[in-house]
Design a protein around this ligand. Structure first.
Ligand code: ADP
Ligand code: MG
Length: 253
């Protein structure tokens, strides 16, 4: 658990030479990446470029064939146990019919902090209430999670990460199928979290919004094609490489 005395960790996420296969499919090829605390990093790349695999590897849900992942200097499993890392999965990987209310979902963020009785205490309920307020969902707290719009669902999962107190947050396409208001709310929250020292890695297809969202960007295509400030990474020659588009506008792909 972090305390005010904990020294500032500059390498919140440290990925070194990570390669992942699914059977014969090479999903990540020798990926190395370090992310400093207090930053939002935008992860971009076409479908199938390995974004979700990278998230799962950082979470320790997939073990790489080669290479290492460190979160706050320790293993992903340790970071998960300490509730130091929060994850908003891609929507397709969530069972929306599951009979949980929005509040229940956010409360799952507190499970790592519950005492031996496993019963939520006042501090847990307070953290959940505050998180719901921050994502603008207090009024919908009792609703079944599947009965929310796409954007509201995403906000519920962001609230879970906030209630958890995670200082490292991974968000896999939080803006996909999301209304403008939810996108703006989530963007503002992520910026606020980074301003207080959190580390945020967020995949997105919304390239126009990237400069506003992210301090830096990573262009993935099984390996890291480009990395830097969003303006640099979004240069036409990089996009041409990653998205198979011609560098000059107006030319057919
Ligand atoms: P992205 O999130 O960028 O769309 P993914 O990480 O989901 O990319 O996928 C990367 C590659 O790995 C793709 O070729 C995809 O088909 C493959 N892949 C992803 N998950 C699995 C899986 N569970 N089994 C087999 N192949 C997978
Ligand atoms: Mg994906």
């Amino acid at each position: 658990m972090t305390s005010p005395k904990t020294p500032k960790i500059t390498r919140a996420i440290d990925i070194d030479g990570v390669t992942v296969h699914y059977g014969d499919v090479l999903a990540l090829d020798n990926v190395s990446l370090t992310l400093a605390s207090g930053t939002v990093c935008g992860l971009i790349g076409v479908n199938g470029s390995g974004k979700s695999t990278l998230f799962k590897t950082i979470m320790g849900l997939i073990r790489p064939d080669t290479g290492t992942v460190r979160v706050n200097g320790g293993s992903p499993a340790l970071a998960r146990r300490d509730s130091a890392i929060g994850y908003v999965p891609q929507s397709e990987n969530v069972d929306w019919a599951f009979p949980m209310s929005v509040r229940d979902v956010v409360l799952t963020g507190r499970y790592g902090k519950l005492g031996f009785t496993r019963r939520p205490r006042r501090a847990d309920h307070t953290a959940v209430d505050e998180a719901l307020e921050r994502v603008d969902l207090a009024e919908l707290a009792g609703r079944q999670i599947g009965r929310l719009s796409g954007g509201q669902r995403k906000r519920a999962f962001v609230a879970r990460g906030i209630a958890q107190g995670a200082r490292v947050l991974l968000l896999d396409e939080p803006f996909a199928g999301v209304d403008k208001r939810s996108e703006a709310t989530i963007t503002r929250l992520l910026r606020e979290l980074a301003a207080t020292g959190a580390t945020v890695l967020v995949s997105t297809h919304d390239l126009h919004a990237l400069p506003e969202l992210a301090d830096e960007a990573v262009l993935l295509m099984r390996s890291v094609l480009a990395r830097g400030n969003p303006g640099e990474v979004l240069r036409p020659e990089n996009l041409a490489l990653a998205f198979g588009m011609r560098a000059r506008e107006g030319e057919p792909a």
